[in-house]
Design a protein around this ligand. Structure first.
Ligand SMILES: [Zn+2]
Ligand SMILES: [Zn+2]
Length: 218
């Protein structure tokens, strides 16, 4: 047993209180952004906290939230929506600060990358997380309430899968060069952060003009 684990005062104390001291604060922050609290935000916060602990950027006893002002952490979330808000709040990572990216796999999961060390961990819910929610939050008015409360009570080891991963793309390329900008030689729109490509004819093009746009012009 971890010597830092506080002694249990009652048999079922794990179902009586949130596990991480920061959980109430982070959930309140997430709910404020999201205009309500929902189960996937809780799951997102738990995943974010689990990832930070795995990277050694937060302790299990921390009472001060992780601060990413120096942009040390890059977080890649695998879905948009509720889960992403929880992950963003816990990891203090945001699209507007270039510390949060969305790779939309439709999964409440994320990879947290310590840009100082290059260490990357992917966090995802365990396969039993849904079943366990019911166990940890019995007698709720609905399944939704079971998840909402259960996800706050399931211990990390049973809720969060942490896996060391390697990035396919070099970190420097993912981060790119902030502030760098160029003009697409076809549409004349500005392209930032080194996201331009060189076309077959050697022209500097934006992704859209190079043929990989998500839209067409009817
Ligand atoms: Zn929601
Ligand atoms: Zn263009």
């Amino acid at each position: 047993m971890n010597p830092k684990t506080p002694p249990k005062t009652e048999e079922n104390c794990e179902t009586e209180r949130p596990l991480h001291p920061l959980l109430p604060h982070l959930l309140a922050q997430s709910a404020a952004r999201h205009h309500h609290l929902c189960p996937r935000q809780v799951l997102g916060v738990r995943l974010g906290v689990g990832g930070l602990i795995a990277l050694g950027l937060l302790t299990a006893e921390a009472t001060t939230p992780f601060c990413n002002n120096n942009k040390r952490l890059l977080t890649i979330v695998e879905t948009d929506g509720c889960g992403a808000d929880g992950i963003a709040v816990a990891t203090d990572s945001f699209v507007g600060r270039r510390t949060l990216r969305v790779e939309d796999y439709g999964k409440v999961a994320a990879t947290l990358i310590d840009t100082h060390t290059g260490q990357a961990v992917r966090v995802a819910p365990t396969a039993v997380s849904r079943t366990l929610a019911q166990t940890f939050a019995p007698n709720q008015p609905s399944r939704w309430h079971e998840y909402l409360l259960g996800y706050q009570r399931i211990p990390d080891a049973q809720l969060v899968v942490v896996q060391a991963v390697a990035l396919r793309q070099p970190l420097a390329e993912i981060l790119s060069e902030p502030g760098r900008r160029t003009i697409c030689q076809q549409c004349l729109e500005e392209v930032m952060n080194g996201r331009e490509v060189v076309g077959v004819d050697g022209r500097i093009l934006c992704q859209a003009c190079a043929g990989s746009s998500y839209y067409t012009i009817p």
